[in-house]
Ligand binder design. Structure first.
Ligand SMILES: *Cc1c(COP(=O)(O)O)cnc(C)c1O
Length: 364
């Protein structure tokens, strides 16, 4: 090998995305418009009319760079969450926000803590800085916050928590997170990744942004990719006090969120009807999938997100059988869960088509 790259870069296992519809169509000679993708926790409703209009209105301006500071989108977020604009970081998806935190805080010789079976990007964001990963064994496929607190070392700079977690769908209640925040050393940053927050029942949906005032080491991360339905546009945001926000801004690409994405996100924040519809559709879809798994006698993790992790045994074979039926779900062998598949909630007809094919493939 002639190119000099750090060993920690060579060691990275690249992210494995859900199979794109166009790829399955090409590989299996299927008709793209008949393929059902339940593999990337996307919103099956697609983008709403008002968001489409807002995007179209920005097209004429695309010859210019976007607003690097995202003034209008930050104003809308500040108003929604009751935080100052200086506490907001916009990201090219919330994936970008997670990486900004890693790049601002980690380097070789320090460490980040995250849970076994938590979101794959935490490992990537840590490894690409040369920092050491401290992976804490999961409890019941979810975060063990006591063990995570105990795992924090003298060189730990960052802790990642996904709530709800992907790919397992587990959830930590407010008092557990609050107790964790109270115990973590003040110089260790806690990233609370709430990509699926909008899918929680109102009774469970605590306002984590209220902790920001007391915890200068807290970063709350949210996305427009899931319940807001804008996965393809790449826009998310982080909320943290000014010192941490300023550090992240120093390692941010100047134009990391396009003008189309900024306009769409503003419109999406306003479209409360769409958000409510997404929520309700997801409740119904989750109930449909989980009660079918119950009837089939399959083990699954009761989910707080827009997907379910279900245990099928030889997941690679079941995945393959579903692909042949034109249905894409997500194998999670890369997470160390080779017997499980993750199935995103789709439209009612898509869920039914999946369940039919699933029963056939499993021979039940
Ligand atoms: C989907 C997801 C994200 C973010 O996705 P973006 O599209 O980059 O905003 C972040 N965290 C978790 C746990 C996710 O599942």
């Amino acid at each position: 090998m002639s190119i000099h790259a750090p060993e920690y870069v060579r060691q990275i296992a690249p992210y494995q995305a859900g199979k794109p519809i166009s790829e399955l169509a090409r590989e299996y000679g299927l008709q793209a418009d008949r393929i059902i993708k339940l593999a990337s926790n996307e919103n099956p409703l697609g983008i709403s009319g008002p968001v489409r209009d807002a995007m179209a209105a920005t097209v004429a301006e695309l010859g210019r760079y976007p607003d690097s500071n995202g003034f209008e989108l930050k104003a809308a977020i500040a108003k929604r969450y009751g935080v100052p604009q200086e506490w907001i970081t916009l990201g090219n998806g919330s994936n970008d926000v997670l990486e900004l935190a890693a790049h601002a805080l980690l380097q070789p010789g320090c460490s980040a803590v995250y849970s076994q079976y938590s979101f794959a990007v935490y490992a990537l964001a840590t490894q690409e800085t040369g920092a050491r990963a401290i992976v804490v064994p999961a409890r019941d496929l979810g975060h063990d916050l006591g063990a995570m607190r105990a795992a924090i070392a003298a060189d730990t700079r960052l802790v990642f928590i996904a709530n709800p977690n992907n790919p397992t769908g587990t959830f930590l209640p407010a008092d557990a997170i609050a107790a964790f925040l109270a115990e973590v050393p003040r110089d260790v940053v806690v990233v609370l990744d709430e990509a699926y927050n909008e899918y929680l029942e109102p009774a469970l949906r605590f306002d984590s942004t209220r902790w920001l005032g007391d915890h200068p080491n807290l970063l709350v991360s949210r996305t427009f990719s899931k319940a807001y339905g804008l996965a393809g546009l790449r826009v998310g945001f982080g909320l943290a006090q000014a010192e941490l926000t300023d550090l992240m801004n120093r390692v941010r690409q100047p134009f990391n969120v396009s003008s189309v994405a900024q306009a769409a996100a503003i419109a999406a924040l306003d479209d409360t009807e769409y958000l409510q519809r997404s929520y309700e559709l997801n409740r119904e879809g989750l109930a449909m999938l989980q009660s079918a798994f119950d009837r089939m006698g399959l083990e699954y993790v009761p989910s707080y997100g827009n997907f379910v992790l279900v245990r099928v045994g030889d997941a690679a074979a079941v995945y393959e059988g579903l692909l042949r039926a034109g249905i894409i779900v997500r194998p999670v062998g890369n997470y160390g869960l080779p017997e499980w598949l993750r199935v995103s909630v789709g439209l009612p007809g898509e869920n039914r088509a999946f369940l039919d094919a699933f029963a056939r493939v499993l021979g039940r």
